[in-house]
Design a protein around this ligand. Structure first.
Ligand SMILES: Nc1ncnc2c1ncn2[C@@H]1O[C@H](COP(=O)(O)OP(=O)(O)O)[C@@H](O)[C@H]1O
Ligand SMILES: [Mg+2]
Length: 269
């Protein structure tokens, strides 16, 4: 279990995480939602120790992560950052192999190679395993990065906006894979998602961040409600239920529906 206690972080005197207290439930998909600049990436980066923080502590199974060795953390927590531009020319297979580093330290064993093949197949990258990253589309490259993270084979998987550049087909595929990792392999997944409907459809637990604080947190059904989402995003939400899951439509509060002189309904933004 990961526990965040009173974590604060600021940039140049401006506080962007203002005392975060949070328990990330094990064996669930948790979605971090919130507007741009709310502090989602900063939170994800401090939890996974990619960024230092000014105040507070993060505990992994009751152990202060600040006192843990990086290699032990890397065997337990894998992270896909929001921006991950590697400029070196590297093949898909080598990138995925890189995910094994905390285990192999660069000397791949048979077990490492089996794992690499497994995730390449899992992410449907077989046809491009020898391709270089700069030869792939944005979505294909993103899949390769996710494969690298899965190859790390950790209990916790953190992904910051992994659906960027993905078409609907692969977005759904990724969310299904993540759900399966949780359900079948007992992993814990924490994901930043922009599309609130993906959070509503695939997350078990939702954490809504607003201005560096937790605006709402809880099981998906409790958070994906009009009251909560209107407050977090400042929009006028319309929420329906389809096949047992919530679906959100949203309009700006100031988007007045007007009737123009032809009598047609028009939206002004
Ligand atoms: N390296 C940085 N230096 C200065 N300000 C930053 C830096 N990273 C993020 N910020 C600021 O911190 C706030 C939170 O950013 P971020 O965590 O990236 O938000 P989100 O991921 O929710 O869009 C934003 O106002 C952003 O401009
Ligand atoms: Mg971000």
């Amino acid at each position: 279990m990961i526990e965040v206690k009173n974590v604060r972080q600021s940039y140049g005197g401006r506080e962007v995480l203002r005392g975060i207290n949070l328990v990330l439930p094990d064996n669930k998909v948790s979605a971090l939602i919130g507007a741009n600049g709310a502090g989602k990436s900063t939170l994800l980066n401090v939890i996974t120790r990619l960024l230092p923080f000014r105040d507070g502590a993060v505990f992994l199974d009751g152990r202060d992560m600040g006192a843990m060795k990086s290699r032990d953390i890397a065997k337990t927590i894998a992270v896909l950052k929001q921006s991950h531009h590697i400029s070196i020319r590297i093949s898909v297979e080598d990138l995925v192999a890189f995910g094994r580093y905390p285990h192999s330290r660069g000397r791949l064993t048979t077990a490492d190679k089996v794992k690499i093949d497994e995730v390449i197949a899992y992410m449907r990258l077989e046809d491009m395993r020898g391709s270089y990253l700069d030869e792939l589309s944005g979505g294909q490259r993103q899949r390769a990065y996710i494969a690298m993270v899965l190859a790390q084979d950790t209990r916790y998987i953190f992904l910051d906006e992994p659906l960027n550049n993905m078409d609907i087909h692969f977005s759904v595929e990724i969310m299904r894979i993540l759900s399966r990792l949780v359900r079948d392999l007992g992993k814990t997944v924490v994901i930043v998602v922009h599309d609130i409907n993906f959070a509503a459809a695939y997350a078990d637990h939702v954490i809504a961040i607003k201005d560096g604080t937790i605006a709402a947190e809880g099981p998906v059904d409790r958070i994906i409600t009009k009251e909560t989402l209107d407050g977090v995003f400042g929009f006028d939400f319309n929420i329906a239920e389809v096949a047992g899951r919530k679906v959100c439509l949203y309009f700006r509060h100031d988007a007045a529906r007007a009737v123009d002189n032809t009598g047609e309904n028009v939206y002004h933004n």
